[in-house]
Design a protein around this ligand. Structure first.
Ligand code: NAD
Length: 489
């Protein structure tokens, strides 16, 4: 759709969803959302605070004690399937909202909406297939385990992939029979609000899902500290994750933290380079590099280093950048603040004499107020440099040359993070050695990202967090095990 197409958001964006009712925040206050593609005001969202969080937690508990809590697993599964189908009917609307709110090209927003539907389909189908066990035990006893919901679960979601992150966390939590309080990010919340409307229209009982928009330090902090919440799932920065974990610790509540990374793709000289090339750049510039599993480090074995650098550079120079609704290769970053962070790293690189291997260019006609940054590939960066160590969350990749498996591993494992890694090699033994020795939550051999992989458990080690979402593993995370021992003689 061309950028000039008039588009009206088809629902009031400044309402919270509590106990099935759309309502203003208790204090009546609002926050402004901006369109990252041109920097103009886009809509208002409610500025929920502790009082709204309290009402949402109570609504969730009431739902657990009422209609929602009485549904069977099969009924919950059927409902999730119905919500997923309604999401599919609304892919174009969701993609447009995401383009305007996040600055994400339409094709990426469509892919996210379809992934959201896929999570609901997967977890809907799994809802009645997760069960406890009977355990061999003492004579005269029968012992068994039951998988039960935690109760009220809190979901604190960032702005980069709101649909996918809601799908994987709220989808799994609802499948297990929890009732959710969802706090979207202050930078982007429109697709989360649209999803909640879709879920209510599809028949989700009141209070099973509550949405409180607002600031992290207000609504987010209140949710993570609320004594009525029994589990918290968070995706975002390391500092915020640590704050949430300490708030939850005061209530002895489990948390799942997904905190980003500095993930490598490792290219050995024997790799199928043609197969690797599209993944090397795309995994760095997708969503303007604002992806927790972005491949921000490209480690290349020395004999093929120059060839890879030249081919990646060609791709960088050909990147088409512009407003999200123009649906090009890359849109803007989310905010002026994020633009400033990326520019800070580019300046740091310049000051420390790093060589630029290639840069994309921003066309003259893009709106001046948009938050655009030039995608940049740096040439053979020292592995201990800040650009090779810190999560930038922008379209910046560093090339690092290595000699042999041992050095590749040392560099790959040599950051504070450990989310995912990609390995490109035709050597079967090396594939397994690398997969086992890499310190991270997911390893991709001769691919990167596995197309999103709803079925594949996802999460990190070290500063990338702990706990797993996606796959069946998430269903175990969003439930608790009760053991029953019956003495019947
Ligand atoms: P953030 O971690 O501060 O925000 C993420 C979510 O947490 C938002 O919903 C926010 O409202 C909430 N939040 C913020 N402070 C909170 C608090 N004290 N208590 C509870 N909730 C709180 O991330 P950000 O400010 O949007 O981005 C900063 C950096 O974080 C980025 O540059 C990037 O490096 C990283 N990040 C990573 C991911 C990821 O997918 N891993 C996503 C977003 C941001």
């Amino acid at each position: 759709m061309p950028d000039s197409t008039p588009f009206e958001i088809p629902f009031p964006t400044h309402h919270l969803l509590i106990a099935g009712r759309w309502q203003d925040a208790c204090n009546g206050q609002k926050l402004e959302l901006h369109n990252p593609s041109d920097g103009t005001p886009l809509a208002h969202m409610a500025r929920g605070t502790a009082a709204d969080i309290d009402a949402a937690v109570q609504a969730a508990q009431t739902a657990l004690d009422g209609d929602w809590g009485r549904l069977t697993a099969a009924e919950r599964g059927r409902l999730l399937g119905a919500i997923g189908r309604k999401v599919l009917e609304n892919v174009e609307l969701l993609a447009m909202l995401e383009a305007l709110d996040v600055g994400k090209p339409l094709k990426q927003g469509r892919a996210d909406a379809i992934a959201l539907a896929r999570y609901l389909e997967f977890y809907g189908g799994a809802a009645d297939k997760v069960h406890g066990e009977t355990l061999p035990f003492l004579a005269g006893y029968t012992a068994l385990t039951l998988r039960e919901p935690h109760g009220v679960t809190g979901h604190i979601v960032p702005w980069n992939y709101p649909m996918q992150i809601v799908g994987r966390s709220v989808g799994a939590a609802l499948a297990m029979g929890n009732a959710c309080v969802l706090k979207p990010a202050e930078e982007a919340c429109l697709t989360v609000l649209a999803f909640a409307r879709i879920a209510m229209e599809a028949g989700l009982p009141a209070g099973a899902l509550n949405v409180v928009t607002g600031l992290g330090e207000e609504a987010g902090a209140a949710l993570s500290a609320h004594p009525g919440v029994q589990h918290i799932s968070f995706t975002g920065s390391v500092a915020t994750g640590a704050a949430i974990q300490s708030a939850a610790a005061r209530n002895a509540v489990p948390v799942t933290l997904e905190l980003g990374g500095k993930s490598p793709q490792i290219v050995f000289a024997d790799a199928d380079l043609e197969a690797a090339l599209p993944f090397l750049v795309n995994a760095g510039i997708q969503n303007a590099g604002q992806t927790c599993s972005a491949a921000s480090r490209i480690l290349v074995e020395r004999p093929v280093f120059e060839a890879i650098r030249e081919r990646m550079a060609e791709r960088y120079r050909a990147l088409r950048i512009g407003p999200a609704t123009d649906d090009l290769d890359m849109g803007p970053v989310i905010s002026k603040r994020q633009q400033g962070i990326v520019e800070h790293y580019l300046a740091l690189a310049r000051d420390s004499g790093l060589r630029v291997a290639a840069q994309g260019s921003i066309p003259q006609h893009v709106p001046g107020g948009g938050f655009y940054v030039r995608p940049t590939l740096f040439d053979d960066v020292p592995a201990d440099h800040a650009l090779a160590q810190q999560e930038i969350f922008g379209p910046v990749q560093v090339l690092i040359a290595f000699d042999g498996e041992a050095e590749a591993l040392r560099i790959a494992n040599g950051t504070a993070f450990g989310l995912v890694a990609g390995v490109w090699t035709r050597d079967g033994g090396r594939q397994m050695r690398m997969a086992r020795a890499l310190k991270c939550g997911q390893v991709f051999i001769n691919n990167y990202g596995a197309g999103g992989g709803v079925e594949l458990p996802f999460g990190g080690v070290k500063h990338s967090g702990h706990g797993r979402e996606k796959g069946f593993e998430a269903l175990y995370g969003f439930s608790t095990l009760k053991t029953i021992a019956i003495h019947h003689g």
